[in-house]
Design a protein around this ligand. Sequence first.
Ligand SMILES: NC(=O)c1ccc[n+]([C@@H]2O[C@H](COP(=O)([O-])OP(=O)(O)OC[C@H]3O[C@@H](n4cnc5c(N)ncnc54)[C@H](OP(=O)(O)O)[C@@H]3O)[C@@H](O)[C@H]2O)c1
Length: 344
Amino acid sequence: MTQFHATDNRYENMKYNRCGNSGLRLPAITLGLWHNFGDNAFQDNAREMILGAFDLGITHFDLANNYGPPPGSAESNFGHILKSDLAAYRNEIIISTKAGYRMWDGPYGCGGSRKYLISSLDESLKRMGLDYVDIFYSHMYDPETPLEETMGALDAIIRKGKATYVGISSYSARKTREASEILRGLGMPCLIHQPSYSMLNRWIEPDLTSTLVDEGIGCIAFSPLAQGLLTDRYLNGVPEGSRATNKQSAFRDFFLKEDVLERVRGLNDIAIRRGQSLAQMALAWCFQNPSMTSLLIGASRLSQLEENVRFVENTEFAQDELADIDQYAVESGINLWAASSDAG
Ligand SMILES: NC(=O)c1ccc[n+]([C@@H]2O[C@H](COP(=O)([O-])OP(=O)(O)OC[C@H]3O[C@@H](n4cnc5c(N)ncnc54)[C@H](OP(=O)(O)O)[C@@H]3O)[C@@H](O)[C@H]2O)c1
């Protein structure tokens, strides 16, 4: 394996947005390791995507304790690549991980308790071979744990030096406000919220967006391509190796329905008129949201990332284009994560 040297011009084409009121700037595109980085993935391809992403200016990599399969393997595999290729660049990289969904058996293996969050992060750090992560998230709101306890655990994690910033994922607007207040009281502002969001999934628009802006919390939207639906992947059927062929994913049952595909074809026609791919338009569109800091995408090959980062070439939308998009995309019924299903 040849020694990796990052390209000198890697910061030239990526935009870095300030995350809420913080001093941290995140790339407009972040790479998530939920799919295609576990032990079931080709490791040479995973390495090529991570190093290729870094060369494209993608400085932020998003993980969680349970990413795999098996759970934990995405962190271990990422740790190997960090050690073999990116050790010299650690200070140029933002690494996030999370805990919340089920990770191990018994009463301490999921949720928002202090016991689970602190032990889980310790395990994540071991798997990745790190002393600290840059961002640690409460992966989901746990109604059975007092919010003070979950936020207190995030605060403790920072004070132990095991994370630099903290965030929350998929919390409602109301719980976000409460969490933010508690963290502010502890002197540890909430850096970021990670909700699902795309042209087809707009649950954050009525309340959460304004809450994030008011609270000065950044937003990183996950699945902005609706897991691949908002690309050309499924325009002509279901290709071999695509996420829809993965039996462990609920994606196919939820998304690949004829009425949804009809909408996707309509959106694709708009993208063609704009002179960009559907994926690029889907990403550009998300930045219409005033809270948006970064878009958290997945990929199964480097060429997808190379295509996607070029969304910056056309980010302006005319009013009639936005109205046309709404005609196909509003009330699509696709709201997988507000309704929460398979654990990402
Ligand atoms: N906080 C949470 O609860 C939560 C939940 C889910 C996800 N996440 C985070 O969000 C990240 C992204 O989620 P996601 O993977 O669902 O995001 P996504 O960007 O909506 O979907 C990624 C998939 O779209 C397809 N794709 C991407 N670019 C393409 C292109 N140019 N042309 C054709 N197909 C393209 C690929 O599918 P194929 O694999 O089929 O090629 C890729 O795996 C995850 O890795 C994770 O870090 C967080």
